[in-house]
Write a protein that binds this ligand. Structure first.
Ligand SMILES: Cc1ncc(COP(=O)(O)O)c(C=O)c1O
Length: 427
């Protein structure tokens, strides 16, 4: 194993495929070789209950038979056509239009970042403006348009904070950042520069920092301002759509965004994503593109992702997924809250439906990134390590979250809470 990680470090920066996965974040080297249902197994044969689920996509559990069989069937007829219309893309687009209340048309791509990129290009083309309004603590992918003020350190909250070296200054300049749930701050930007805005983009429930629940007045206010100034409202439902509900959270929150980005749970782990929205905005990408919006991608609409998406969306409609996951999520949250209280551990458990995050050293309902930034990172890492030693895997990043799938059930809950009881005693 050490040999494998040493080899990885020779040929892959940080020994893993993205910054957040780097070996450096794990207390001991770790490498997974397989996954099945609610578990993942390392190259050394240790099996863990998986609460990471690859940052969330795997809503039906690893290796769901229906989804995998659908992919196998589809690829028997070819993987990539790259021409004109194909039946599978029409079928999945129709399903998304039927599921998401605000969607009239759909364009496919392969990742959440591509979806937010396309959404912003569509919005910029529509408004002929450049400036995008986003919220601190919301992550919308790795590209320059949006990778700004996601996780600024406490002493830089509210200040200009590109998340990566190499980001264009002009892109950061074209991004206005305000605190989540702060309608006053949004109104101030609209009053000052409403005519210059190209889009307002948000995670309607920002799970990138655990879980911030939106005030209904905040969302109503955003919707009203966007309508008044004719600025597209973009919901980044990359985490929430199909995981929390096939209708996204937009239905339960009662907001009709102009554009919605979906990815992750749409394909139960297979790479597929989409930007969906009004015909007015999406149709800018049709035609011969000589003066319209270019949305492009060799692998967009590939049959692996689309077959997975069709089977996942159908499975979510046929099985009682949301009922099971919501109930289970609530029981994890309540169980963990009770344990933290019993052990006198300062902290809280935030979350919604199948997502939860224990956060140490902070209390009360978080409403903005500022309410999260000072959580006790070291304590979380100690908790993650203790739980991992007892067979439960989740990322040791304290701002991230646990996810549940339909493969998780009563036995996992009981074991998790019994082991959390132990670990919290040590904490
Ligand atoms: C809310 C949100 N938007 C966008 C993205 C980017 O998606 P991807 O990693 O597929 O590019 C992510 C990824 O974690 C996300 O959580």
């Amino acid at each position: 194993m050490t040999d494998l990680v040493d080899r990885a470090r020779e040929v892959v920066p940080g020994g893993a495929q993205t910054g957040l996965r780097e070996q450096a974040f794990y207390p001991d080297d770790i490498a997974f070789a397989s996954a099945d249902g609610a578990t993942m197994t390392t190259v050394e044969g240790e099996t863990y209950t998986d609460y990471h689920l690859a940052f969330g996509p795997v809503v039906l559990g690893h290796g769901d038979e229906t989804v995998d069989a659908a992919v196998r069937d589809a690829i028997d007829d070819g993987v990539l056509f790259g021409t004109a219309t194909a039946p599978l893309e029409v079928e999945v687009a129709e399903r998304i239009v039927d599921s998401l209340p605000s969607a009239e048309m759909v364009n496919f791509c392969n990742s959440g970042s591509e979806a937010t990129y396309h959404a912003i290009r569509l919005a910029r083309a529509y408004t002929d403006n450049e400036t995008v309004l986003k919220f601190e603590g919301c992550y919308h992918g790795w590209h320059d348009y949006v990778d700004v003020n996601v996780y600024p350190p406490a002493d830089q909250v509210g200040e200009r904070h590109p998340e990566s070296a190499g980001i264009l200054d002009a892109a950061v300049d074209a991004t206005e950042v305000v605190p989540f749930n702060d309608l006053g701050a949004v109104e101030a930007v609209f009053r000052e520069r409403g005519e210059e805005l190209a889009a307002v983009i948000l995670e309607p429930i920002p799970h990138s920092v655990g879980c911030l629940l939106p005030d209904p007045e905040f969302l109503d206010g955003l919707e009203t301002l966007c309508e008044e100034y004719d600025v597209p409202l973009v919901f980044d439902e990359v985490i929430t759509a199909f995981r929390h509900s096939p209708h996204g959270v937009q239905r339960e929150l009662g907001v009709d965004p102009d554009l919605t980005c979906v990815a992750k749970a749409l394909g139960n782990g297979y790479p597929v994503a989409a930007v969906a929205g009004t015909e007015q905005l999406l149709s800018q990408a049709g035609g011969d593109n000589t003066d319209g919006v270019v949305i492009s991608g060799t692998y967009s609409g590939n049959r692996v992702g689309l077959a997975a998406a069709r089977a996942t969306v159908d499975a979510l409609a046929e099985r009682d997924v949301q009922g099971h996951l919501t109930d289970l999520g609530e029981r994890y949250r309540e169980g963990l809250r009770d344990l933290m209280a019993d052990h006198g551990v300062e902290g809280r458990v935030v979350g919604h439906r199948s997502i939860f995050s224990p956060q140490f050293g902070v209390t009360g309902e978080p409403r903005t990134y500022e309410d999260v930034v000072e959580l006790d990172e070291e304590r979380f890492r100690t908790y993650a390590r203790g739980m991992r030693e007892r067979g439960h895997f989740f990322t040791p990043n304290p701002f991230k979250r646990h996810h549940l799938s339909t493969a998780h059930g009563e036995e996992h809950l009981e074991r998790y809470l019994a082991d959390a009881d132990d670990v919290l005693t040590e904490l």
